[in-house]
Design a protein. Structure first.
Length: 308
């Protein structure tokens, strides 16, 4: 069984979409990645930090999904990272209203002993200095390192982010962020520029328009499943990344062919995430439901064509 370590935020989110508004609910990049990766036969652990205001029941819920939370530090006198966002009518774009780093500011991550030999490492969205500190605590380089980041860190910690990008194998990034990072409008040119920064594989997420995987001049596309009900896209990108690396870790195969399957698994899981607010849908998701929807994915994209 693959061993997957995830670093990222475990957070409180307050979300507003055209369909409603939430108070502080469970969120965070590592939370969504963990819930998604736990759908596969992999040993999953999280490195993160929360404050004394974080309910034990959330950590228990993750433990109940076989996600090891030993690496989630609790700073009793501190407050948990808080993010608030508001989605536009198309649900594909959002404004960040509040980012309160709280305990994340000055966080010194410690990889638990039982995960220093992980073979898959997911650097979820948080400060690149924290991502780098985690890389440096793993003596034998993992088989695959995947990085997810966002515009907030490009704006606030670009040089540290570039150092991390130089060390990883796969970057997952959304289209606007790929443009910001590369300075190119065309996503093909953006991917080329990002390859030059380090990663052999570049995954560009396009929300409800699917995701592109670039590798050595090849490109593969996974659509997003057209859904009847989309309530809240928060965490879809992280759920995608969790499905992607969870599948690779469970199969122990990091070939380009298997990565194609992995982005389909990632898209499939993300399609569930958006059906309810916050983590609710991912918490109740069964493997049977996942398998059933994979069939729909196959039907969506499969066609026969004669090439003359
Ligand atoms: P996504 O919708 O996949 O981009 O991820 C949304 C999650 O990212 C939310 O649950 C937030 O708590 C978390 N988040 C938002 N901003 C940041 C940030 N600057 N660093 C780390 N995590 C963040």
């Amino acid at each position: 069984m693959g061993k997957l370590l995830i670093v990222g935020t475990v957070a409180f989110d307050a979300i507003e979409t055209p369909f409603g508004k939430t108070d502080k609910i469970l969120g965070g990049a590592a939370t969504y990645i963990g819930l998604s990766a736990a759908q596969f036969n992999v040993e999953v652990g999280i490195v993160s930090v929360v404050g004394g205001d974080f309910p034990q029941e959330h950590l228990q819920m993750l433990e109940d999904k076989n996600i090891d939370t030993t690496g989630v530090e609790i700073i009793k006198e501190g407050k948990t990272f808080f993010w608030s966002g508001k989605y536009h009518n198309d649900l594909n774009t959002r404004d960040t209203l509040i980012t309160d780093l709280n305990v994340l500011a000055g966080f010194n991550p410690i990889v638990p002993n039982n995960f220093t030999d992980c073979d898959f490492l997911m650097l979820g969205n948080l400060h690149p200095a924290v991502q780098m500190a985690v890389i440096n605590q793993i003596p034998k380089r993992p088989k695959l390192i995947v990085l997810d980041t966002m515009n907030f860190w490009m704006d606030n910690a670009l040089s540290e982010l570039m150092e991390v990008i130089a060390k990883i194998d796969v970057i997952t990034i959304n289209d606007e962020e790929a443009r910001q990072l590369s300075g190119e409008y065309s996503l093909v040119k953006a991917a080329q520029k990002i390859h030059e920064m380090g990663p052999k594989y570049v995954v560009i997420k396009k929300g409800e328009h699917g995701a592109l995987l670039f590798y050595e001049g090849n490109v593969f596309f996974a659509p997003a499943l057209p859904l009847e009900e989309v309530f809240d896209p928060t965490g879809a990108g992280d759920t995608f990344a969790g499905g992607f690396i969870g599948y690779l870790a469970s199969t122990h195969d990091i070939s380009f062919e298997n990565m194609k399957r992995a982005i389909i698994y990632g898209s499939n899981l993300a399609s569930f995430c958006v059906e309810k607010f916050g983590t609710e849908r991912m918490e109740s998701l069964s493997r049977e439901e996942v398998q059933k929807r994979l069939q729909q994915f196959k039907e969506l994209t499969q066609f026969e064509i004669e090439l003359g």
